[in-house]
Design a protein around this ligand. Structure first.
Ligand SMILES: Cc1ncc(COP(=O)(O)O)c(C=O)c1O
Length: 402
């Protein structure tokens, strides 16, 4: 008879003991803005999503410390029962106003904000999902009773074909706003037109774009000048907001319904007080310091240009409007080696391999923060130049996965 541990242990054990560059689960300590300590060595951090550099901001830290002192470490209960502080309600009202929605719920993580959509994915309904959507959206659909229709990444013709084939059922299109692995945006104008034409609702996961895109940081809808395009937003407070938590924002009746029906809201402990206060302080900064957004985009474009000049493939030239710069490598093993070489040169990056990207499309993902300095950019470019040279990767033809 098969033993469940014996069945699953071999691949897991192999993965864990594998002698290799060990890009994952690497312990590290924050050393300050844009840098971390890895094995006691100070390196430039380009793997995290603290795009506005707020997780270390003194104002955000002080707000978290005050809430910790006042309310303790945890509410030890769900929002429904004893886990709602006035701070949670304040954050919800502020986020709803910021996103121009009637109401919002905050969840303990961004992952849970997507899982909280599940009551809307009912039997007989159809969910149309971009193939590159985040794992939390994939799981939300799995947990729901609706039928799933996957469309090729940002392929509007494929989506339209599938929308046309299915009439009668209640429909919803779900998409990431900013696809975080390669740094491309969803095609919001086309998505909203298709949604309206086919009577579908549009849900956008703004995990990476809320706080960042648009003149006021309100996300992809503001970026595209389409404030009413999105029916329901989900998002995270762990990236631009320098905290931890999630948000779901939309019409008051739907948000009210989800408050009482979404199991990832009802059956889990609420956001701890310090993280709520940190997110509120971050929102103050997001609303008043647009220069942080300008700075991170400027740094990203400079880095992208520098990497291209070195012969690396950074994807679609000039179209990128995000702080994410992908360096396409292709082969996963080569990507791991490159990751290690770059780390040895003093830069911690994110090696992205399948299943986060399709097989054969491994890449090194660099994400910048408003608090990175000009010197950091120079150090990243020097590291890629040296590492790429050692691995023979500086000629785009040799890397060529596109
Ligand atoms: C697109 C997207 N949605 C949701 C999440 C989940 O957010 P959190 O880390 O707050 O659980 C992430 C996190 O990586 C994400 O990238």
């Amino acid at each position: 008879m098969a033993d469940i541990f014996a069945k699953h242990l071999p691949p897991l054990a192999r993965a864990m003991t594998e002698a290799g560059p060990r890009p994952f689960y690497r312990p590290m300590a924050t050393a300050g803005d844009g840098e971390v300590l890895v094995d006691g060595v100070r390196v430039v951090m380009t793997a995290c999503n603290d795009y506005l550099g707020l997780s270390g901001d003194p104002r955000v830290r002080a707000a978290a410390a005050r809430a910790l002192d006042r309310y303790g470490t945890s509410c030890s209960g769900s929002r429904l029962v004893c886990g709602t502080l006035p701070l949670h309600e304040e954050l919800e009202a502020r986020l709803a106003a910021f996103l121009g929605r009637e109401a919002a719920i905050v969840t303990t993580t961004g992952f849970q904000a997507n899982l909280a959509l599940t009551p809307l994915f009912g039997r007989g309904d159809l969910v149309f999902s971009d193939m590159a959507n985040h794992a939390s959206m994939v799981d939300a659909i799995r947990l729901g009773a609706a039928e799933k229709r996957l469309y090729r990444h940002s392929d509007m013709a494929d989506l339209e074909r599938q929308l046309t084939a299915d009439t009668g059922a209640a429909k919803v299109i779900v998409t990431d706003g900013l696809f975080s692995m390669e740094g491309d945006l969803c095609r919001l104008p086309e998505l909203t037109a298709l949604a309206r034409r086919h009577g579908a609702r549009l849900v956008v996961d703004g995990a990476h774009d809320i706080g960042l895109l648009g003149a006021h940081g309100r996300g992809v809808a503001e970026h595209f000048g389409l404030p009413d395009a999105v029916d329901l937003y989900t998002g995270t407070l762990s990236k631009c907001f320098g905290s931890v938590g999630g948000v779901l924002a939309g019409p008051a009746d739907i948000v009210g319904y989800l408050r009482y029906s979404a199991r990832p809201v009802i059956f889990t402990a609420s956001m701890p007080p310090a993280t709520v206060a940190a997110a509120l302080a971050a929102l103050d900064i997001i609303e008043t310091e647009p220069e942080r957004r300008t700075r991170v985009f400027e740094l990203a474009r400079r880095l992208e240009g520098g990497l291209r000049a070195l012969g690396f493939d950074t994807g679609d030239a000039g179209e990128s409007v995000t702080p994410i710069v992908p360096v396409h490598i292709g082969d996963a093993e080569l990507c791991g080696r490159m990751w290690k070489e770059v780390l040895d040169e003093g830069v911690f990056t994110h090696a992205v391999v399948a299943p986060a990207v399709p097989m054969g499309r491994a890449l090194i993902r660099l994400s910048l923060q408003a608090t990175h300095t000009d010197d950091h950019i120079a150090r990243i470019l020097d590291a890629f130049a040296a590492a790429g040279h050692r691995l023979g990767l500086r000629d785009r033809e040799a890397v060529g996965v596109r």
